[in-house]
Design a protein around this ligand. Structure first.
Ligand SMILES: Nc1ncnc2c1ncn2[C@@H]1O[C@H](COP(=O)(O)OP(=O)(O)OP(=O)(O)O)[C@@H](O)[C@H]1O
Length: 216
């Protein structure tokens, strides 16, 4: 078990946003989270990441657990003068906290491998503002993979992408879930049904839960 969420409630001020959430995140599983706008999905991710504190209950994480986070690609500033390799390399800063960490040989090899795996090697020197939505999403996934996380958390990774590109992103996530746990917030219910082991619907609390192909 990677994460246990027990009786979790979260508030903004006096407003209850999440109430009595109980959820287990298993190793090498694919969890889909869906639900209406404002239902608390992003708040749940932020609480798992430690960016928001529980009001009640707790989130228990396995000791040494590494979590990677992929924010919505629309939140990334594409005007910033930086290329694909530089953005992916930013994922290493958390580990070494040194500006030039990515010049080290081992990091260079690791970044090259990730760029190739995510089919980004051909565009490695391209300015970030010159990428398609799908390429940018893959860059953000690559950046999160730099620290070799045990869990990869993604917030609406396919919003505003076309159908084929959405499928590409979910195919990548499915491959990654062989070695890591994946948690995806998405409104794409059909994609979640097809790819996830488990899908939970959240509107303040979990009101719908499927355990189709759960692995432990
Ligand atoms: N920093 C904040 N301060 C106060 N209220 C907030 C804050 N962030 C979110 N909220 C409120 O908490 C509720 C849940 O928001 P959240 O972003 O978690 O929902 P969501 O399910 O991810 O929505 P969406 O599908 O629209 O992205 C909403 O009513 C939102 O307005």
């Amino acid at each position: 078990m990677e994460i246990k969420i027990r009786n979790l409630s979260v508030r903004y001020g006096t407003t209850k946003v999440l109430e009595n959430i109980n959820l287990d995140i298993h190793s090498k599983s694919f969890l889909g989270i869906t639900g209406p706008n404002g239902g608390g999905k992003t708040t749940l991710l932020k609480t798992i990441l430690g960016l928001k504190q529980p009001y009640e209950g707790e989130i228990l994480k396995r000791k040494g657990l590494r979590i990677g986070y992929v924010p919505q690609h629309s939140s990334f500033d594409c005007k910033f003068p930086i290329n694909v390799t530089e953005v992916v390399s930013m994922g290493n800063f958390g580990k070494r906290m040194k500006m030039f960490a990515f010049h080290k040989k081992s990091n260079e090899c690791c970044i090259k491998k990730i760029l190739k795996e995510l089919n980004l090697y051909e565009v490695k020197n391209r300015h970030i503002g010159e990428l398609s939505g799908g390429q940018l999403q893959r860059v953000l996934i690559a950046r999160a993979l730099c620290l070799n996380p045990d869990i990869l958390i993604l917030d609406e990774p396919t919003s505003s992408l076309d159908t084929d590109t959405r499928k590409d992103i979910f195919d990548i996530l499915e491959k990654l879930s062989i070695l890591k746990s994946i948690i995806v917030v998405s409104h794409e219910k059909n994609m979640l049904k097809k790819y996830a082991d488990r899908v939970v619907c959240i509107s303040k609390t979990i009101y719908f839960d499927t355990f189709d192909r759960i692995t432990s």
